[in-house]
Design a protein around this ligand. Structure first.
Ligand code: AMP
Length: 398
């Protein structure tokens, strides 16, 4: 797939609107815990600045749901950008209000403006045309470098592309690299190919799981999503996270795996806790013996051993979603051990998703991975063979 290339645009001295993905994870003190997504956008921003552009950056952060909430302000992102770019970054106080429009209008060459959180505007996630139009009116060129949200048809991602012709829009370097990497990965993965899928919910990853099945040789499940499968298999899962309305779908995934000959792994033991907290009482129990009222918050040591064994002969690993509540030290062990094992392997190792990237970064094995994608959901949809809405109108049709 060939995308409209930023290098073919006549950008010199022009005003550029760049959609970035600065949706970075924060720690309990409100500090950015992994700035990979910000660092990953620097190449494209610098390219524009080197062309003497006036650069307007825009992103969402978290889910403020259409209302202004200080907690989701992009101020920490503006400060980090300032550090990384070594130049002033002005943050607007609104998205498309008076302040943003004024500052965008008066922005000069080689200056950088950052709009406040796009999701302060309720229209953003609804792909509202009026919002797209207002955002588009700020600049002469549109660059999408926000791989992590390219699977969303949102105003600043999809809607906005319709206000620019092919000579005035393109994919940034980050988006290009991600699309190319996953394109190659789907076309000819070196086998055996394993997917490690974790995280909180089956719901968000159900379709991805179904679509991954025909492509992979093994699937290893971890995280909260494992319990919906375990429950469906007849285990007592205590107070663990479960999606009761998806039990049948879970069965369907397991049936499909069997049909396709994909080896499907579930945790055989877990770290169970009496509450969802760092100071919970916890113990290692087999999947058969989760006590009533206790919840599984991490995979146990036997599962770690089993998964290492299963990953031993694998040549390609795709990892999306933590094995447990890795934000709490007590329940981070499973994820950490898997991370070290994957990092040490000679396989092609691909990590997708903010949380998974954050966790490999926290334990310092990020450099050992072959590729860390800035988009979890987006990379899964690419692997499903979907054309991402934010990428669609940037494709070059010959
Ligand atoms: P997701 O956003 O679906 O990728 O899920 C990531 C989140 O899943 C992380 O914040 C983890 O804390 C959480 N998580 C992982 N394992 C569990 C579990 N066993 N119970 C509850 N939450 C979990």
């Amino acid at each position: 797939m060939e995308l409209l290339n930023i290098k073919n645009l006549d950008l010199a001295g022009k005003k550029v609107f760049m959609r970035c993905d600065f949706n970075v994870p924060m720690d309990e003190f409100g500090n950015i815990s992994d700035d990979r997504r910000i660092r990953s956008a620097i190449a494209t921003i610098n390219y524009c600045l080197d062309q003497d552009c006036a650069v307007i950056l825009a992103s969402h952060l978290g889910r403020p749901k259409g209302v202004v909430d200080e907690k989701y302000s992009l101020a920490p992102v503006a400060r980090r950008l300032h550090q990384l770019l070594k130049r002033e970054v002005v943050l607007t106080s609104d998205v498309v209000g008076e302040d943003a429009i004024n500052k965008a209008n008066t922005l000069k060459e080689r200056e950088v403006l950052l709009l406040e959180n796009l999701r302060y505007e309720a229209g953003e996630t609804k792909n509202d045309v009026e919002l797209s139009k207002k955002l588009a009116s700020m600049a002469e060129f549109f660059i999408n470098d926000a791989f992590g949200v390219s699977h969303r048809a949102h105003s600043s991602v999809e809607g906005i592309t319709h206000f620019f012709d092919n000579e005035h829009k393109a994919a940034g370097f980050l988006l290009q690299r991600e699309i190319q990497f996953f394109g190659k990965l789907i076309k000819s993965p070196v086998r055996p190919f394993a997917a490690i899928v974790g995280g909180s919910k089956v719901s968000g990853k159900l379709e991805a799981l179904i679509n991954l099945l025909p492509k992979v040789d093994k699937i290893l499940i971890g995280g909260g999503m494992a319990f919906t499968f375990l429950k469906q298999m007849g285990y007592d899962i205590g107070a663990s996270l479960v999606e009761d309305d998806l039990l049948e779908d879970a069965q369907h995934v397991m049936d499909e795996a069997k049909k396709l000959g994909v080896k499907f792994y579930l945790p055989i033991d877990v770290i169970a806790a009496d509450k969802f907290a760092e100071d919970a009482v916890s113990k290692i129990v087999t999947a058969q013996e989760i006590p009533d009222g206790w919840m599984g918050l991490d995979i146990g040591p036997a599962t770690v051993r089993l998964y290492r064994e299963a990953l031993n002969d694998v040549q390609t690993v795709l990892w999306n979603g933590p094995m447990g509540v890795y934000e709490m030290d007590k329940f981070a062990r499973g994820s950490n051990k898997i991370a070290h094992f994957v990092a040490d392997s000679y396989a092609t190792t691909v990590v997708g998703g903010g949380d998974t990237a954050d966790l490999v970064q926290r334990i310092g094995v990020d450099e050992e991975m072959t590729f860390i994608s800035t988009g979890g959901g987006a990379s899964l949809e690419l692997l499903e063979g979907k054309v991402l809405p934010g990428v669609e109108s940037l494709i070059v049709h010959h």
